[in-house]
Write a protein of this length. Sequence first.
Length: 503
Amino acid sequence: MERNNKLILSNSLILYVRLFIISITGLVVTRVILQGLGENNFGIYSVVGGIVALMGLINTVMLSASNRFIAFELGRGDVSKINKIFNVSFSIHAFIAAIVLILAKVVGEWYIINYLNVPEGKVVDALWVFRFSIVGAAISFLGVPYCGLLTAKENFLIFCGVDVLASITKLALSFFILYFFKKNLLLYAGIMAVVIACPTIVYVLYCRKHYIEIVKSKFFNKWSDYKEILNFSLWVGYGAIASVGKNQGAVLLINYFFGVALNAALGIANSINGIVSMFAQSVGRAISPQITKSYAAGDLNRTEDLVIAASKYTFFLLLIPSVPILLEAEYLLGLWLKIVPEYTAIFIRLMILDALVLALNAGIPEVIFASGKIKWYQIVVNTIFLLSLPVAYIALKHGAKPYAVQYSFIVITIVALCVRQIFLYVVVKFNIRRIVMQSYCPALFVSLALLLLYFLLKAPIHPFGIMIISLLYLIIMIIFLGLNIRERNYVYSIIRSTFKKIS
């Protein structure tokens, strides 16, 4: 167990180094591209080219299916069985990628031509941005089984390195667009599609060199070989569709009622929210394989410990970068961007609040997926998420402000969190009282303490001073209100050992 805990820690550190580099480059890229493309072109890319980010979301969700089956079989040690699982998973993902391309061609282009709200003369540009984006995203989808193998093997270094290289490449190309091909939306979309697709090639080459016995190609033509994984993947796929539907639905609603200028604001907010959320996802990604393996081994106590840790630590690690943004969004946006579209700050605040509620769910999908009993969990929870769209549409139809979309998301996310507790108990007999007392209550106590800080900081203090004070206060509150005695002592021991090494 000690070895596994150290592995989680080392993988978390690798993910945080990746996160730091991606965060810095991501912030710069958004600023440079907003300048380079202009507000309208940036808004078009946020609506249409945003399919790349949304397919990335599908990849993340579908990754859990590949990871679940491969990690399960790794625990048993049968290489031939792992090879079968891998090849079946690849065939399924190839089939889904083909379906996505066909549907995108038929449905996506029909919507763009007939309903997308873009400036006059920009429909053809929007179509080509969509085509570039969907092809790049489909190729990246083929890399999911390879990434699932790397995750199940807990080999985080390779795909973290690839992500960092892709981010640096995006940054360099963004400056290239700004200084040599300003306002060239099609060139940017084409280049980004290539950058998104390239990691799949690296994953394939690496796995074929280091895990050739697992990834060597074989075709299995028996339905029984596909049935379990396909059934699992279909329900995971429904969750991916719901995630995409929720996010892209918000983009389309904003576009329908307010046009591409406001999509630029939403695109910037999504960029910030994506970077901030990666802080939280790093913990879950490092713990996820351990949850699956512990459940597969029948160690339910360790499984519960890992789920509770994922939920609590994900929330706190998301809260740390979120608090300065929540308090001083306008100030930070002014430093970061020359042009700040209207409603950007409130979009960012509401997205982060939604992400914080969602962070409390960390670990729950992994343990449900490990059980294999996911059908009704996926149907119920993800249908609840999709309900946020009709709620938002009704609100906007009756004259609500654009940010009403995000309010509906927050309410629905809270409802989904409550429903997930029912599935935790019914499916895996999880001790709900434990996760409430050891994760949700500490998160609530720290959040209430932060509300008190918000009212105390009404004094005339420079925004930078407010951010420093809020971070110090937050860290103290997490240590004393968020952590239990054992966790607190562990933090103290790390601090003491760090000071000893320095001295």
